[in-house]
Design a binder for this molecule. Sequence first.
Ligand code: DQA
Length: 146
Amino acid sequence: MRNRVEVMHGVNLGELARRDPSQYGGLTFTQLEQKISEYARELGLVVQFFQTNHEGEFVERLHKLEGLADGIVLNPGAWTHYSWAIHDALELTGLPAVEVHLSDIMVREEWRRTSVIRDLCIASVAGHGVEGYREALARLVEELPR
Ligand code: DQA
């Protein structure tokens, strides 16, 4: 079974505990990763985590995923809304990807409603907090060949 999932967090997500708890749930980043690890285990997936505040590093990690991952769950943070560089790097991976946002980007500021990666993703999950990662991983399982 192809079960390796790269979970990628972009800019500012490493500081999760310091961000608005009414939007992001008040978890620490470590707690977020622990929860995602539990969900992955329940679903029979093996997860690898990656977080950076540098757009070029995010792009380069995507470049290296061939042969290392079978699917991607990504929350690029604010890059979601404007990084065509991340769009193009995600596209070249050719891997099934699910976009996740802790907050509901559709009901916040106007500029957050745009996602430049949405068209490349098999699904987008937003506004379900950490649970959204369970949904994203479950959606990937449906996609991965057994
Ligand atoms: C976010 C939403 C983005 O608009 C924001 O810039 C983030 C986090 C989310 O998980 O809700 O950093 O991707």
